[in-house]
Design a protein around this ligand. Sequence first.
Ligand code: 13P
Ligand code: SF4
Length: 301
Amino acid sequence: MTKKVVTLAHYYCQPEIQQMADKVGDSLELSLYAKECGADTIVFAGVRFMAETAKILNPQAEVILPDSRSTCSLVTQTDVNALKAWREAHPDHVHVSYINSSAEHKALSDWIVTSRNVDDIIAHIYAEGKQVIFSPDRNMGAYLNFQYDYGMPLWSAVCEVHDKFNQSALDEAFASVQGAKYLIAHPESPLPVLQQADYVGSTSGMLNWVKSYAAEPDAVIFVATEDGILYNMGLARPDLDIRQAPIYAGCQCNSCPYMKMNTIEAVKRAQAGEGVRIDYLSDAQMEAARQPIERMLEFSK
Ligand code: 13P
Ligand code: SF4
């Protein structure tokens, strides 16, 4: 019997890679799809923590990452032993971790969240009268503290891509670009950028904002996130003037090097069975990491 091979691609992959995929989505959508797609093999055109999450949720499937170097700065900036000590220093707190984290990191967490459900999950935990520590994304945590006044202790890692957006480049763009009107941003961006934004949300959230936007003639919409999503936004709303937010004057490029390692050749090789097999996690590690992920999926149903 032929094996069912399913290819997943994150919105940050190049258009050609998205076109090769059976499913394109944000972290939450791809995790759910990986769990329920019934594949024998999952080729994950994304980054390693996403492929690990797919394996944890669907351990029967063989999960292949096209390029071994596809990591994420939120993972590489987090020393898991230091994280363990930080968690132990807050014994009365619930540890909420962003999905952009290693399997080992997830295993040290009470809840996993994505940028789509983080607000609701943390509100739910506070509504139960509990305190939260949040890792690893400092910018996302700072925005939650700013919005809801939680005062959560934060781990201090950043996305090396989103952390480059800055207020002065945006001020300059809004002053110099005719029709500049809106800013939508991913919560991995720095707090001053998020405070300026008309909408803050996940990749899917930003895409939905663009889809439902009631067009004003000649309005320019700046998007503070990785450049791959501009392809999906352009497909959804070719009538709009949507531009990447600048990271310095005149530069409208902000690309995740790890997502872009998913080249056509690498994805084709992975579909043929080559690439990095996510087969190095023990059953115990996967079980420990699965519990906080499943808690999130159950909540987000
Ligand atoms: P989403 O959860 O919004 O897809 O974001 C994932 C990511 O890596 C953002 O940098
Ligand atoms: Fe990680 Fe940032 Fe790349 Fe997303 S864009 S995968 S957070 S480095």
